[in-house]
Design a protein around this ligand. Structure first.
Ligand SMILES: O=C[C@H](O)[C@H](O)[C@H](O)COP(=O)(O)O
Length: 226
């Protein structure tokens, strides 16, 4: 296993220790959240009783394979805990997410959760957000106009492509990968972006993280909390 994978695996597995019997759990998306879902599956098969909702079609399929009981939004008012990855985490535990395009469902589920546990390898921990392009989910209708608004904000948007085609999110939208340089005020940028009519959501997760589980390449973990 590559060292970065060992760090992701360590973080994902460690985060599952925060889950207690009877909890309603949000399942994140990506290669770090993958390990948390696999570990939840192990513990469910050993008798842990939880129910869960996934932040992407991919994670939902994995949860089904792992025999994790799944919830729908009609079945709960809130979740106890959400375990999800991040593309960047700063010292105030503010996040950039959406490298895999799952940011909208991830933000809905983070917002529905009493506690957000972020799992990340050590390389994601940065002094300032902004080196990783900020994903912004936009409607296909009028996307060219929306991109002009993002350009006017100095966001230098690029339409995300995958396998030679425009990338489509689980919600049928496009992703603008933006470059705002160093993001000095994530809270204000998050609000300004969501005020553009064609923007559905953006990948800044501000003041949402309760606990960060950082994984290191030697397989150890460190817990940071707010
Ligand atoms: O859209 C994807 C999510 O926000 C992921 O949680 C994020 O990109 C981190 O993914 P990974 O753990 O694979 O680096």
């Amino acid at each position: 296993m590559a060292n970065a994978d060992a760090a992701k695996k360590a973080a994902g597995i460690r985060a599952v220790d925060f889950i207690e019997n009877g909890m309603k759990v949000g399942l994140g998306t990506g290669s770090t959240a993958y390990w948390a879902i696999m570990e939840i599956g192990n513990r469910v098969r050993q008798g842990l009783q939880i129910s869960a909702i996934a932040t992407s079609v991919q994670s939902e399929e994995l949860a089904r394979e792992q025999q994790i009981p799944l919830l729908t939004f009609t079945a709960f008012d809130y979740l106890d805990i959400d375990i999800d990855g991040a593309d960047e985490v700063d010292e105030n535990l503010q996040l950039t997410k959406g490298g895999g395009g799952a940011l909208l469902r991830e933000k809905i589920i983070a917002s529905a959760s009493r506690k957000l546990i972020v799992v990340a390898d050590e390389h994601k921990f940065v002094p300032h957000l902004g080196a990783f392009p900020l994903p912004v989910e936009v409607t296909p209708f009028g996307w060219e106009y929306t991109f002009r608004q993002l350009t006017a904000m100095s966001g230098r948007p690029k339409l995300r492509q995958k396998d030679g085609k425009t990338f489509i999110t689980d919600n049928g939208n496009y992703i603008a990968d933006c470059n705002f340089g160093i993001i000095k005020n994530p809270k204000s940028l998050e609000t300004l972006l969501n005020a553009i009519p064609g923007v559905v959501e953006n990948g800044l997760f501000v003041d949402r993280t309760n606990i960060l589980v950082l994984g290191f390449e030697d397989g150890t973990t460190k817990i940071l909390s707010k």
